[in-house]
Design a protein around this ligand. Structure first.
Ligand SMILES: [Zn+2]
Length: 68
């Protein structure tokens, strides 16, 4: 799973692993071929009260594959 690589978010202050507190799908509010969706993750470090969000583009839809 690709998510395994992004779950290891460390705190920029204390460098401890951060807790993933939220996941949602967002988009860039465009239409047509410019439309993109993102996996948005929110991480928290309770010790430092630091929040970090990351947005990763979703993979392109299988409909884009060439047909035989
Ligand atoms: Zn921290």
């Amino acid at each position: 799973m690709i998510y395994d690589t992004i779950q290891g978010m460390n705190c920029p202050s204390c460098n401890k692993p951060m807790r993933k507190v939220r996941w949602e799908i967002t988009n860039n509010f465009k239409s047509g071929k410019d439309f993109k969706e993102f996996d948005k993750f929110t991480y928290e470090c309770k010790d430092d009260d630091i929040w970090v969000t990351t947005e990763i583009p979703l993979a392109e839809k299988p409909a884009n594959k060439p047909s035989k």
